[in-house]
Write a protein that binds this ligand. Sequence first.
Ligand code: CA
Length: 580
Amino acid sequence: MSIQNAHGQVFKPTKNRLRAAGSRDCIRSGVNRKWVVAIASVLVAGAGLGFAAQSERRELPRPSAVMPALAGEFVVELQRAVHPSEYEWLSRALGARVIDRVRDNMVVVVDGRELALERLRENRWVKMAEPNFTYKALALPNDPELKQLWGLRNTGAADSSGQAGLAGLDISAERAWDIETGSDRVVVAVIDTGVDFNHPDLKPQAWVNLAEKNGRTGVDDDGNGYIDDVHGFNFANNKGDATDDNGHGSHCAGTIGAKGNDGRGLVGVAWNVKMMAVKFLDKNGSGSLANAIKSIDYARINGAHIMSNSWGGGGRSELLLKAIQDANDAGILFVAAAGNDGLDNDVIPSYPANYEVPSVVSVAALDNRGQVAGFSNVGVKTVHVAAPGVNIVSTVPGGKYDSYSGTSMATPHVSGIAALMLSRDPNLKFSDIKSRLISSSRPLFMLKSKVMSGGIADAYYALTGLTPPADPNDPSKLPNSKPLKISTDHPYAAKAKLEQTVVVNGAKKVAIKFGKFETEAAYDTVSFYDAKGTFVGAMSGKQPDGMTSPLIEGDRVTIRFVADETVQAYGFDIEAVLYE
Ligand code: CA
């Protein structure tokens, strides 16, 4: 069985299972590792990476079991609004105990019996019922040593994994700041694990609910239904204090809007912005459907312009979709992480990034050479933009800084750019922001078949509306070509290995052009190294005929193909070396 998408990439079921683990667990991407994703208990597909997968150094996360939920809990939409004083009666009518309110017409119930969901759905008081899905923060911890904000300014220096950057491969933050550094009028809701507003870089950026700040403790001073919600609300622990007990939310907040130009710490994409801490992910980075809905509703009702959502992993929820649709109807941009499963969202949807709501902007993660991170989900139809998301340094609680990777880290870069755009022009509609984020992305050859924008999100071009330049590193633009015949066996053998160095005397740049190319996606990989032995990029999966390697600086390239023991495909035929 295989599944093929519109770009000719083939997705095959894989053989060995790995069980999903906690959000912070990850596996090293050994070539023999396989993973599977189960949807509604049917085994659907395996790794769907095509071009530019991952080097040996990258980490591939374990995939989420697609529909994790709190055992015995359900979110129930009722036929009409119900006051809390009616919950006792309602519990009897539903045959399930009401334990929480989500909306006026939505509650959480506990029912541990078999077929509880079916029973609820058949109840005359119920419009819709779903498991209380759980979501998780989409980040992987990594080496905290390096204090370089390559996403904002890429000098070409190595990141914390030792991978040399591509100078200028960033969101053009410095050029953007000449035009706009942000405005206190713009409110970004960080829907996450909370935000540590005691961090010196974040303290001045807190959204403040003045009535609560100046009000009395334990009283809902502004009458919005939430007590002591001074800087947001904590739905994970049901209290006003939304301080971060995990680190993930503060890290995201720092990328969006750590205070700039204050002579200390680091800066966010927007130097001036107000961030609302809406916490529904707990100290372990996980949270429920019910609390996700409450968070989106809270941010909508209390004046957020942009919602930054670096979480996912739950199943498709019609109830969550409604909350996002309501935020859409209120004109609020919903920026969402594409997911960390290394899959194609066009084939296997990832939520909330894949909800078909106009305000949703789905974000993939790039490394410091402009390649899609091995863990990042892609999808030319469903993932709108790409942004820096590998070895990103930002703020964490306790006044500290740390380096994380994930589509979680790419998302706040885009939320920050949107905040700059809205600061510049408060009349922009979310649809304008979204379409401009896509059209103003700087084209990168490697992203053409990966994300809708075909490039890296760019703050400068987003603000100016100018047309971004073509990719200067597009290998297909190299002027010269020499025939070169290197092929694998067809199909290649189990554990096949092939290594060859190609030299073009006097060349400044080279690239390898393939005829046919088809290997097992993500596992049987061709990697490219420059003269110094630095990893430059990788290819795997099924590629269109005539596909080229990334551009390699210098007169030589080492091509290294390694296959694992399972799934032998056609292999490849090299046709030519391109050079300048
Ligand atoms: Ca209040």
